[in-house]
Design a protein around this ligand. Structure first.
Ligand SMILES: Nc1nc2c(ncn2[C@@H]2O[C@H](COP(=O)(O)OP(=O)(O)OP(=O)(O)O)[C@@H](O)[C@H]2O)c(=O)[nH]1
Ligand SMILES: C=C(OP(=O)(O)O)C(=O)O
Length: 221
């Protein structure tokens, strides 16, 4: 737990257009890749909104299906910055989120196993400055937090764990927050998330896949 805790957080979740999202799942799940991307975003948003320390969620997306689904859950939607990429989208979302006067944290929207209790632990470990959670592979970032009034300064992308550390953000203790660290990029990541226990939308798409034509798409390990 951080020495001085931030009581309330507004989270910023980025979601690409479903037509292009989760391209690394395309080989294993050619028919259900967009459905998985949508399901991950919904399950992540729902878990974030069910976390007591989270007072609001801003989803940055240009995708109308995602926008409709997350609005129904209670999230606010902000449009993407055209052709600017992930960090610009997050910086824009963070500027909007900061109006709440809370801490602001960017959270990957591909955490289908996310548990509110573990997100609570991760946020409780974030200080009043900038903190981040390293993904399970150990090189990326799943959460970047900034206390009230502190600029988020997101540096997501390949090697973002090192980039965030080099920019002065403090890594959060790993123990007990596996669901916050389990982002799903590949079929093997998805198999691991299923083992941890995924949210209802992802479970439903998975059962569609498993009930489909055996051999055309399957649970890769
Ligand atoms: N709004 C927005 N979200 C983005 C953008 N780029 C990535 N994201 C989201 O950021 C999160 C992490 O991105 P990636 O893991 O690279 O996801 P992805 O780009 O869908 O996956 P790949 O196509 O396999 O690289 C996912 O929730 C993406 O939807 C962007 O330019 N704008
Ligand atoms: C965007 C990131 O990675 P990935 O594409 O693996 O989700 C990151 O870890 O900063």
């Amino acid at each position: 737990m951080a020495d001085v805790q931030v009581a309330s957080w507004t989270l910023v979740l980025p979601v690409k257009r479903l037509t292009i999202a989760k391209s690394r799942l395309a080989d294993a799940y050619p028919q259900h890749r967009p459905e998985f991307a949508l399901a991950f975003a919904i399950d992540t948003t729902a878990a974030a909104l069910a976390t007591p320390m989270v007072s609001g969620v801003v989803v940055v997306t240009d995708d109308p299906t995602v926008a409709l689904a997350v609005t129904a859950l209670g999230a606010k939607v902000e449009p993407d910055v055209p052709d600017a990429g992930l960090n610009e989208a997050l910086a824009h979302g963070a500027a909007v989120a900061a109006r709440a006067g809370t801490g602001v944290a960017a959270l990957s929207a591909d955490l289908p196993a996310l548990r509110p209790s573990e997100l609570t632990s991760a946020l409780a470990a974030c200080g009043t400055g900038r903190s981040f959670v390293i993904d399970l592979p150990g090189t990326g970032t799943t959460l970047l937090a900034a206390g009230p009034g502190v600029e988020l300064d997101p540096r997501f992308g390949v090697g973002s764990a090192l980039a965030h550390q080099a920019s002065g953000a403090v890594p959060v203790e790993h123990a007990g927050i596996v669901s916050v660290r389990r982002d799903v990029d590949t079929a093997a990541d998805l198999a691991h998330a299923v083992q941890l226990g995924v949210g209802p939308q992802t479970a439903e798409v998975m059962s569609l896949v498993l009930g489909g034509v055996i051999g055309s798409e399957g649970l890769a390990c």
